[in-house]
Design a protein around this ligand. Structure first.
Ligand code: GLY
Length: 384
């Protein structure tokens, strides 16, 4: 997969002097857009909105930050939604649509999300569906949303039957990652977001791993230069992957498309489900990445050093590196429902597909691994 990274000098943001002091990464989808990373990036909303009326969708937990957004047009609409996954419900979606209808929201108006991944998913889906699609700008307030959820146009809500079952691809107009908004996050939230950044190091950009190895404590400080460096590098990885395969359609053999962002997620999602979503996404993915590294060692010749590096880096960041809470058979059954599985047409069997690595930056699919190997990889996650 070619992952060209380039910038677009014609974008509104490219012309602004304050953006020069920040990192600006262009996501080259059908309609290219910028992700700006830096302290104070949310102030660019005024320039991006360009006087358009705004529907600001955010959870109550970021009301203070919402108040600090400068000068939204006076006829803007504020829609306060529940925190986290509670926002991604059909009921909440309906409330948002009703508020837009009452306000007579038109195609010239702009949806803005302020919050974590749940807010960007919901607001993105509201924008994707209102009048068959209006513009959305994301102002992520968590590390996870900045490095992952806000970029790439995945939007959606949950049903009782499962997460993200209803959704659409709808690329934003811009993503403003204001690192000043991260100051009030607790350590657990920061660590969880960093797991996604570590993932980007393993699938595409080993310089991220070097930076974390050199100064894990500095990386944990969201005000540090080291943090900004790894965040920006992860955004570049995400932007390039999304540009190459915006709709997650192009994995064929060794040419792994957007699915590569799922490194560690196959077991990670199963762990999240079995822990009843009391674990943060990144905590579960940390376990999933160690599992994926062990599997990659067996199937793709990944060196033992890199498997051990996976444990060291995640542990240095205070993320979990061992797990034996759940019987293997239960996790295995949940993994059979993973979205990457395919039906074998001859046997009717669901075949597991894992994203693996040959080395940091070199991704390949592991298709239908042996059941004994899977169980052994799981046993390697035990504490004893
Ligand atoms: N979060 C994975 C993706 O955007 O594809």
């Amino acid at each position: 997969m070619s992952m060209a990274i380039s910038s677009d000098e014609s974008s509104v943001l490219a012309q602004l002097p304050e953006v020069m002091a920040m990192d600006r990464i262009t996501v080259r989808t059908e309609r290219p857009y910028d992700v700006v990373v830096g302290a104070g990036a949310s102030r660019l909303l005024t320039d991006v909105a360009c006087g358009r009326r705004v529907a600001l969708i955010h959870p109550a937990s970021v009301t203070e930050q919402a108040r600090e957004l400068n000068a939204l047009p006076t006829d803007s609409v504020e829609i306060i939604v529940p925190d986290a996954e509670q926002a991604k419900t059909p009921e909440c979606l309906l409330t948002c649509w009703q508020r837009l209808a009452e306000a007579g929201f038109t195609r010239d108006d702009l949806v803005v999300s302020l919050g974590g991944g749940a807010a960007t998913d919901l607001a993105g889906f509201v924008a994707a569906t209102w009048l068959r699609g209006v513009d959305v700008v994301h102002l992520p307030t968590t590390v996870l949303a900045m490095a992952d959820a806000a970029i790439g146009g995945k939007t959606g809500i949950n049903l009782v039957s499962g997460k993200n079952l209803v959704g659409a691809f709808h690329q934003p107009l811009a993503v403003l990652c204001d690192t000043d908004l991260l100051g009030s996050l607790n350590g657990r939230e920061v660590r969880s977001g960093l797991a996604e950044i570590v993932k980007c190091g393993f699938i595409a950009d080993p310089s991220i791993l070097e930076c974390i190895r050199a100064a894990p404590q500095a990386v944990l400080d969201t005000g540090s230069e080291q943090f900004r460096t790894v965040l920006e590098a992860a955004v570049r990885v995400k932007a390039a992957v999304v540009a190459s395969d915006p709709h997650e359609q192009t994995s064929h053999g060794d040419d792994v498309g957007r699915e590569r962002l799922n490194y560690g997620h196959t077991l990670g999602h199963a762990v999240e489900a079995h822990e009843h979503f009391t674990w943060r996404h990144g905590e579960a993915d940390a376990i999933g990445m160690i599992f994926a590294a062990e599997l990659s060692h067996r199937y793709l010749g990944l060196s033992e050093n890199v498997v051990s590096l996976t444990r060291t880096i995640l542990s240095d960041l205070g993320l979990p590196v061992s797990f034996d809470d759940v019987a293997w058979s239960d996790l295995r059954a949940t993994m059979a429902l993973d979205k990457k599985t395919r039906m074998d047409p001859t046997t009717g069997r669901r075949v597991l597909r894992f994203v693996g690595i040959r080395a940091p930056g070199s991704v390949a699919m592991i298709v239908d691994p042996d059941e004994d190997a899977l169980a052994k990889c799981y046993r390697s996650l035990r504490t004893d």
